[in-house]
Design a protein around this ligand. Structure first.
Ligand code: AMP
Ligand code: ZN
Ligand code: FE
Ligand code: FE
Length: 286
């Protein structure tokens, strides 16, 4: 049995619906899935339903953009309560910041004589958690760029003229928020954020796991992260980070995480829940 614990849907910058993700997962013989949309949990209920219909196990998740001393890191939350009020309030705040960022990126594009309207991007994105891929797709659709890569290279990559930094919480805050919502916090794709040196730091700040298996990790990187996870007492996770079919062949199916790692996550989650329920109840402030 195998799992994919890193998937994006149309509720953020993926192109598949939760139902389409489940259909692809079945074709690849996956039996457990986590949905990890950027700053959103809105796809979790439809994904849970689609998984239930086909007998797949579903783990509700999200991917939060955070920072440590100015460096961007992505923190995955697994087994979160998707009705948790504080989590939902924070996600709504991140989503508003994402929408304002789209407006600002379009203003910059307009100043560069690229007449892309924020409303055009929102109409294409059709979600509350829009990101740069939606701007890139709009630029291609409107004929301002011929490919998504060109859109990123010319305008959207960090320090390119239409790039706008994202509002970020600290990694410590992201980990705490996931814990409050009953979840486990995992550092996503350390290779992509050049975050190796942060692994011991974040482990000391309460991080539960490390995404060792990822499409962008070489065999050598994977082995290095497996060793670091063991060294720092972190759980091991993995996923394809599939964003749909926007880059040719969908990535789902490229990472098949052995199910024993999912069982280890479940054990850790139960242990954390027991600790929480045994914790002394603090008196309400007078
Ligand atoms: P955002 O959250 O708005 O900063 O957008 C980040 C997302 O953009 C990532 O999750 C990737 O899906 C995508 N992305 C980042 N850099 C590139 C790139 N150079 N080419 C294509 N997609 C990219
Ligand atoms: Zn993405
Ligand atoms: Fe990421
Ligand atoms: Fe991702």
């Amino acid at each position: 049995m195998f799992a994919d614990l890193h998937l994006h849907s149309r509720f953020s910058d993926g192109t598949f619906t939760p139902e389409e993700l489940v259909a692809h997962a079945r074709r690849h013989g996956l039996s457990a899935l986590a949905l990890t949309d950027h700053d959103s949990v809105e796809g979790c209920e439809p994904m849970r339903t689609a998984c239930a219909v086909h007998g797949l196990e579903f783990i509700p998740g999200t991917e939060l953009t955070a920072e440590h001393n100015g460096a961007e890191v992505h923190i995955l939350g697994y087994f979160i309560d998707v009705t948790h009020p504080r989590l939902l309030a924070e996600l709504a705040r991140f989503q508003r910041a994402r929408q304002n960022r789209i407006r600002e990126m379009c203003a910059r594009l307009q100043a560069l004589n690229v007449p892309l309207q924020a409303e055009t991007v929102f109409a294409l994105a059709q979600c509350n958690s829009p990101g740069r891929p939606h701007v890139a797709r709009s630029l291609v659709e409107r004929g301002h760029c011929s490919t998504l890569d060109e859109a990123f290279e010319r305008f959207l990559k960090r320090d390119r003229p239409a790039w706008v930094p994202k509002t970020r919480i600290s990694a410590r805050e992201a980990i705490a928020l996931i814990h409050q919502a009953g979840g486990l916090a995992v550092l996503a794709h350390p290779v992509l954020n050049h975050a190796d040196h942060l692994i011991p730091v974040l482990a000391a700040e309460g991080l539960d796991g490390l995404e060792c298996f990822h499409t962008k990790h070489s065999e050598e990187a994977t082995q290095r992260y497996l060793a670091m996870a063991t060294q720092h007492g972190l759980l091991i996770t993995g996923g394809s980070d599939c964003h749909g079919d926007s880059k040719g062949r969908p990535l789902i199916g490229s990472i098949k995480l052995p199910y024993a790692y999912v069982e280890a996550l479940q054990t850790a989650r139960r242990r954390r829940a027991r600790r929480r329920s045994n914790a002394p109840v603090r008196p309400a402030p007078a």
